[in-house]
Design a protein around this ligand. Structure first.
Ligand SMILES: Cc1cc2nc3c(=O)[nH]c(=O)nc-3n(C[C@H](O)[C@H](O)[C@H](O)COP(=O)(O)OP(=O)(O)OC[C@H]3O[C@@H](n4cnc5c(N)ncnc54)[C@H](O)[C@@H]3O)c2cc1C
Length: 468
């Protein structure tokens, strides 16, 4: 569909000022810079015509009704930590920042739920919920992200093996449709067979169907203990071959992360700190929650045994909280470290867990075929492999020329192993050219019809996931 949009006129600005107040509107270019990009390495920058910061649902509804009437595109934005260009306003228009909608409305200790606005950060939710003796178990690596962004991208992270991803931890939403109507989906209950499940449809829709204005989160009890086991291997293959066996043990780990020596070296330099076992090529980090130290200890004895059968000669369980925190902290810094190291791209293909070894083997072949190093790490326990093609051996120009071919080959490999091209970061604008590798024409046609039924004028986050 050839798209032409209305511009943000002086009259529209005047009406926006009436809705949110002058101090919650940004129109000068300098102050809009931070709203023109996200953390994606290749998505680039696009400036909106205006940034608007509503503080409640009614204001969001009025802004969308105004935009709809004037056919002005609207791009929702949380904290801008996304990794696929999802919140970049590619058609200009209104950048709808949810940063002021940052209240925790209720923590319900009877029903284990929290009702929150979309602009609350993940870090704040976790700490406020824990103050009430409850637990929100999601642990995507970036705690400054907003919960609205987490829901819109269906964020995953390091605890997904045990607790699932964001969509498994939400019970209901309030959302504003592109025409300004407000809908409520689900509620503070744990099951429902009442009509279509729009909570789950809006989760992961990357702000293309509706603007999320409230979220009912499912909470649980906080595990008594969390421990981490760090095991070194002689090869990435040995490390990854270990994962299915660990998962066959009776207890489910919270997460299993894998990493190559290369990323460890890069993060050591970034943090100016040594990580144990410099002589090894690959590592597993197994995160385990439990009711007691003994329970976790018993589990780790079995895990260590499996690791040793696959070539690990030792394994480390940090003795102090500080040492444990340092290890987890190093893992959280991977993305920032590699971003500082060299120009790079980020891939977050997910494959069935048992297919990780074969997939990573194929990725190494692709790396050799194109002469581009690919650094691998990721959530081994749920099959979500993070790959960074890096530009540290050829010119940037040559890297940019080869990159689309490398990415195409990686995505085709992932899909041929039964996987998907994005496990948690979303399609945004970055992966749009590759969507057809996985999504066939009939399925894409259904997705487009869903988009059109929510947003007939295609004003909400246009240009993301697919073009109409
Ligand atoms: C260092 C680092 C580590 C990361 N680690 C992980 C990880 O382990 N796992 C993981 O899944 N992600 C990870 N991410 C990616 C990122 O944090 C997530 O994608 C996060 O969910 C984005 O939240 P945000 O508030 O920054 O959203 P934004 O980047 O602002 O927006 C993301 C998408 O959500 C939409 N959106 C935002 N708010 C709303 C709303 N209220 N209603 C409708 N749509 C909305 C936007 O339009 C956009 O499409 C990481 C990022 C960084 C920088």
């Amino acid at each position: 569909m050839q798209q032409s949009y209305g511009r943000v006129t002086d009259q529209i600005i005047k009406e926006l000022v009436e809705i949110v107040g002058k101090s919650n509107i940004v129109t000068d270019r300098d102050n809009m810079e931070s709203y023109s990009h996200d953390e994606s390495p290749h998505a680039g920058k696009h400036f909106p015509e205006v940034v608007v910061k509503p503080e409640d649902t009614i204001s969001v509804a009025k802004i969308l009704a105004l935009a709809s009437k004037n056919k002005v595109p609207v791009t929702p934005r949380g904290a801008g930590t996304g990794l696929s260009g999802g919140c970049i306003p590619v058609y200009g228009g209104i950048l709808l920042s949810l940063e002021r909608m940052n209240r925790i409305i209720e923590i319900d200790r009877e029903n284990f739920t929290a009702t929150v606005e979309p602009g609350v950060t993940l870090s704040e939710i976790c700490s406020k919920v824990e103050e009430q003796g409850l637990y929100y178990p999601l642990y995507p690596g970036e705690m400054t992200a907003t919960i609205g962004g987490n829901v819109a991208t269906n964020a995953g992270g390091m605890n997904a093996v045990k607790y699932g991803v964001t969509r498994h931890n939400i019970l209901g939403l309030e959302a504003v449709l592109p025409n300004g109507e407000v809908i409520k989906t689900g509620g503070g209950y744990v099951k429902s067979s009442t009509g279509y499940d729009l909570t789950q449809l809006i989760a992961g829709s990357e702000g293309t169907l509706a603007v999320i204005t409230k979220i009912i989160l499912k909470l649980t009890t906080k595990p008594v203990k969390r421990e981490v086991l760090f095991a070194p291997f002689n090869s990435l293959q040995d490390a990854i071959d270990t994962v299915p066996e660990i998962l066959r043990l009776k207890m489910t780990p919270t997460g299993i992360e894998f990493m190559e020596r290369r990323i460890i070296e890069i993060v050591e330099k970034y943090l100016d700190r040594e990580i144990p076992y410099p002589q090894y090529d690959a590592f597993l980090m197994i995160i385990m929650d439990g009711d007691s130290e003994d329970e976790i200890h018993e589990y780790f004895v079995n895990v260590e045994e499996i690791c040793k059968q696959h070539g690990a000669t030792e394994a480390l369980v940090p003795g102090s909280e500080r040492a444990k925190r340092r290890l987890l902290d190093a893992r959280e810094k991977f993305y920032h470290a590699i971003k500082r190291y060299a120009p790079m791209e980020l891939v977050d293909v997910v494959v069935p867990r048992s297919k990780i070894p074969g997939f990573v083997r194929r990725v190494k072949e692709i790396s050799a075929e194109h002469g581009i190093p690919i650094v691998a790490y990721g959530h081994a326990g749920d099959g979500n492999v993070h790959l960074h093609p890096v530009c540290d051996n050829i010119s940037k120009e040559e890297f940019d020329k080869r990159l689309p071919l490398v990415l195409g080959d990686i995505y085709r490999a992932g899909v041929s192993f039964g996987g998907a091209i994005s496990g948690e970061h979303g399609i945004g604008i970055d992966k749009k050219p590759y969507l057809a590798i996985q999504i066939d024409a009939p399925l894409l046609a259904v997705m487009k019809k869903i988009k059109q039924s929510f947003d007939p004028d295609n004003i909400l986050n246009p240009g993301k996931i697919f073009d109409l």
